[in-house]
Design a protein around this ligand. Structure first.
Ligand code: WTA
Length: 656
């Protein structure tokens, strides 16, 4: 019996997958929408709390000017690690010998490392004790700058165990990006590694860490020995992870946290150079992480789940750490690039490790597709039963390829929409209920109220595009603030439609069935291969370079990466074009990392501007796509447009 059947243009789950799913009762939607607070409360009761909450949801108050604007399960006492381990509602004795995760290193000859729930618990406690001995207390910020190795999960859980606040910084970020995050979070401890493997090379991460802690409050660096590469080691400052944990006890009492206590900070690109620290709270995040994963990925006893996202991003936090662990699921984490040392590395991992649920990004799917179906002809993918996508809209072509070539037409695709800010998935049809429709992300998770509004705040009709918003009561995992920046919190999310409406900055529409299709961002966020950057951040960084006085960055559609940054920069210095272009690229690599490298740099005399001096990025975009530029009479300098067009066209000709 197939797992999915087609009815007109919709795909409906069927067979075993539908029948045995954790959630397969359509009535849940009505029930949750009738009383969303009660719905979340019932789910929350399935977790372990040291003490129950006093108020389930505290509605926000229009006059409230301090973050957060709303609270969940306030007064409830919880520790997420107790829910994973010793007080796991499933019974720790029942799960302790189960494999929590298997780590796969990039070098193919390397032995994988496997942790049972009990082994993981012991390592977490050891490291938690080590942190305590270094003086780390509840509320202290601990920065984690690690590649995808088991220690990244251990470090996060150990921090949570003692009530400290982790701020994980993606290991491919540059030292300058690390420094900005350390400064903002005022972390005193940084956890890093000597190095890690990336496309066959060893990356010296410790060197970036050493650079990154300059002018910060970091006092100690804990170093995991991963690649065995030579590093600078200062005994007064640096500590080896293995030496530190060796003699520690494998037991450590959990810190008892209030549901609304600060759980973790995760930075995302701000609209200026400064990254925004999104704040997540202990209780609400745990409840949402547990049930979104359980119902959307439908983990069962024998499932092997693999999410390809790096743990340094929110997808990694929630679905390569907390959510599967809260559900006692078994998952895989992988250090390397999914197309290294050969383009089918990902396929061989699925086959070899019997992955049954595979979660990745459209950019990866498009890359697989480009390599062609021949590449994976030899793979049967017989263990797969469910596929997932995240991070950007998945177009119909990529959806079909994923569905047919990887899922063999028998696996639903959960296209999951969410954000760093939302803490967990908020839109995705459920594998036990459906329906699924190519390029539509699906229906909202039960209990979440979305609307699509026009600029005046009025709901738009079906099939009309508008701004996607979340209505009160907000999901329990939604961010509670921007670290040390309540103004930014208000401006970004709550100023457009008032404090009762969370503005996602995405544009979307709904079809007649209520399925939502995400069109894209309406702000200056670019999604480059699923990674999030803002054009403003890149522009600021370029202008920090002494050679440039002005820059405009626009996103250009890209077949594989979805979108790529294109830079237009104005320079007054007398240097060769190639040098100037290289200057821009190097500056971005230095300040953020190679993942934000522009696809093209155009050195121009001036940028198109309105009379009030506003840069018209819209015109630059049209120049790139060759669209009709329309009326240029509002520009202060219309003559510049033709010159820029010539530069861009010459470049395109060159490429061809
Ligand atoms: C986009 C990633 C279409 C969206 C979890 C959102 C998506 C931004 C989808 C957040 C999807 C995420 N379909 N677009 N399934 N998932 N997005 O913070 O624009 O890195 O606002 O979180 O990614 O990116 P972030």
């Amino acid at each position: 019996m197939p797992n999915i059947k087609k009815e007109n243009d919709l795909y409906i789950p069927s067979g075993d997958l539908q029948e045995k799913a954790w959630q397969n009762d359509k009535a849940i939607y009505q029930k949750a929408s009738d009383d969303p607070i009660k719905f979340w409360e019932e789910l929350a009761k399935e977790l372990f709390w040291f003490k129950g909450w006093e108020e389930t949801f505290k509605a926000q108050n229009e006059s409230l000017n301090s973050q957060p604007y709303f609270e969940w399960f306030k007064g409830g006492k919880i520790n997420i690690t107790s829910n994973i381990f010793e007080k796991n509602p499933l019974g720790f004795d029942k799960i302790k010998n189960k494999i929590a995760f298997t780590w796969i290193g990039e070098p193919t000859e390397e032995k994988p490392r496997t942790f049972t729930y009990e082994e993981l618990f012991r390592e977490v406690n050891r490291f938690a004790n080590a942190l305590k001995n270094l003086g780390v207390k509840k509320g202290d910020r601990v920065a984690i700058y690690l590649p995808v190795i088991p220690e990244v999960i251990i470090a996060m859980l150990a921090t949570a165990r003692i009530g400290a606040v982790h701020s994980v910084v993606f290991s491919a970020f540059s030292s300058a990006a690390l420094q900005a995050r350390l400064q903002d979070a005022q972390a005193k401890i940084l956890i890093t590694a000597d190095g890690y493997y990336r496309r066959g090379k060893v990356i010296n991460l410790k060197q970036s860490a050493d650079e990154g802690i300059k002018e910060t409050e970091v006092e100690k660096i804990i170093v995991v020995k991963r690649a065995g590469n030579e590093i600078a080691f200062q005994p007064s400052q640096d500590l080896w992870w293995h030496e530190l944990t060796e003699k520690e006890s494998p037991e450590c009492a959990p810190e008892i946290m209030d549901s609304e206590d600060l759980f973790f900070i995760l930075y995302t690109s701000g609209s200026t150079g400064k990254p925004k620290g999104t704040i997540h709270a202990c209780g609400g995040y745990a409840v949402q992480a547990k049930f979104t994963g359980k119902w959307i990925f439908d983990w069962k006893e024998n499932d092997i789940f693999w999410s390809t996202a790096d743990i340094g991003w929110i997808t990694g936090h929630t679905y390569s750490c907390y959510s599967p662990l809260l559900n006692a699921a078994t998952f895989i984490i992988f250090e390397g690039s999914i197309d290294w040392p050969n383009p089918e590395r990902w396929a061989s991992i699925i086959e070899q490790y019997k992955v049954s649920i595979f979660y990745t990004a459209p950019t990866a799917i498009r890359m697989f597709e480009k390599y062609g179906a021949d590449l994976i002809k030899g793979y049967k993918f017989e263990t797969l039963r469910l596929l997932g996508s995240v991070g950007e809209p998945i177009d119909n072509g990529a959806w079909q390829w994923y569905f047919q070539e990887v899922g063999h037409g028998n696996c639903p695709i959960v296209d999951t929409w969410w954000q760093t800010e939302t803490g967990g998935i908020l839109i995705s049809s459920l594998p036990g209920i459906g329906p699924f429709k190519p390029s539509f992300t699906g229906v909202p998770f039960p209990g979440i109220k979305f609307d699509i509004l026009d600029e005046a705040g009025k709901s738009v009709q079906a099939n009309k595009e508008g701004n996607l918003v979340i209505l009160s009561p907000f999901n329990p995992g939604l961010l509670r603030g921007i670290y040390k920046n309540p103004e930014k919190y208000f401006d970004t999310y709550w100023s457009k439609y008032g404090k009762n409406v969370y503005f996602t900055s995405d544009s979307a529409f709904k079809d007649e069935n209520g399925l939502i299709r995400i069109v894209g961002r309406v702000d200056d966020v670019l999604k480059v291969a699923g990674h999030r950057f803002t054009t403003g951040e890149l522009e600021n960084i370029i202008c920090l370079h002494p050679d440039f006085i002005e820059a405009a960055v626009v996103g250009k559609a890209d077949e594989i990466k979805g979108e790529v940054p294109i830079v237009f920069a104005v320079s007054l210095v007398d240097k060769g074009l190639d040098d100037l272009k290289k200057g821009v690229v190097d500056q971005i690599r230095k300040e953020i990392g190679p993942i934000a490298s522009p696809q093209a740099v155009y050195i121009v005399e001036d940028l198109p501007k309105t009379r009030s001096g506003k840069i018209m990025r819209r015109i630059l975009k049209k120049i790139l796509t060759g669209e009709d530029l329309g009326d240029l009479s509002t520009l202060a300098n219309p003559q510049i447009v033709e010159k820029i067009q010539e530069i861009v066209q010459a470049d395109i000709k060159n490429e061809a």
